[in-house]
Write a protein that binds this ligand. Structure first.
Ligand SMILES: Nc1ccn([C@H]2C[C@H](O)[C@@H](COP(=O)(O)OP(=O)(O)OP(=O)(O)O)O2)c(=O)n1
Length: 179
């Protein structure tokens, strides 16, 4: 079951949903719009490695905008700190952004219950597209879970701004577990 816009507002008022900052005009019929934060991280190596940390450079998106090129992943983040201990958030692009061929995430739309963060966006452009800091790029939906709730306590908890992949930490833990 997905929450409607008015129900998102109600649950935000009671503190069961975090949307910070909150703007009433960002409420949609069944989602809440979020904005693109001011910084992007770009991997500097051509070949990425799941076993190791991958170096990034950080850029600030100028007010005049920045063109995202195809063939790269740009890690951005939401301006808003969002989350819920009661509902499952799923993030999507706004359709106006999708209609320009800009992906907001690369197959990672699911947010854990209990993840209260500025979430990381994996921006991927089909053709060159100019973006601006604070652009209203995406929307978050909230879904009613069924079953016992276990709150997220993973490696990205408490983060702010774009976060590069930490999957190498899993790999090392896995290797030492099976060795
Ligand atoms: N596009 C996304 C998707 C997820 N997240 C955040 C919120 C999620 O609760 C957290 C972890 O997501 P996953 O469980 O999908 O990722 P991992 O399994 O890699 O991380 P962990 O081991 O911490 O669970 O990352 C994010 O910021 N941006």
């Amino acid at each position: 079951m997905i929450l409607t816009g008015p129900e998102i507002v109600r649950q935000h008022k009671t503190g069961r949903i975090t949307l910070d900052p909150f703007f009433p005009e960002h409420v949609n019929p069944n989602s809440y719009n979020f904005r693109l934060g001011p910084t992007l991280k770009i991997y500097t190596d051509e070949v990425l490695d799941v076993r190791r940390p991958n170096a990034v450079r950080e850029v600030v998106i100028p007010e005049r905008g920045m063109v995202l090129e195809p063939g790269r992943i740009y890690l951005g983040s939401t301006v808003e700190v969002m989350g819920s201990d009661h509902y499952v958030p799923i993030i999507r692009a706004r359709s106006g952004i999708a209609r320009l061929g800009l992906f907001l995430h690369v197959t990672a739309d699911l947010i854990d219950i209990g993840s209260h963060n500025q979430w990381t966006l994996q921006l991927h452009a089909v053709q060159p597209v100019r973006v601006y800091p604070g652009l209203i790029v995406g929307q978050v939906t909230f879904w009613v879970p069924q079953g016992d709730v276990v709150l997220y306590s993973g490696k990205y908890q408490g983060t702010r701004g774009p976060q590069e992949s930490q999957i190498h930490r899993d790999f090392l833990a896995h290797v030492s577990a099976v060795a």
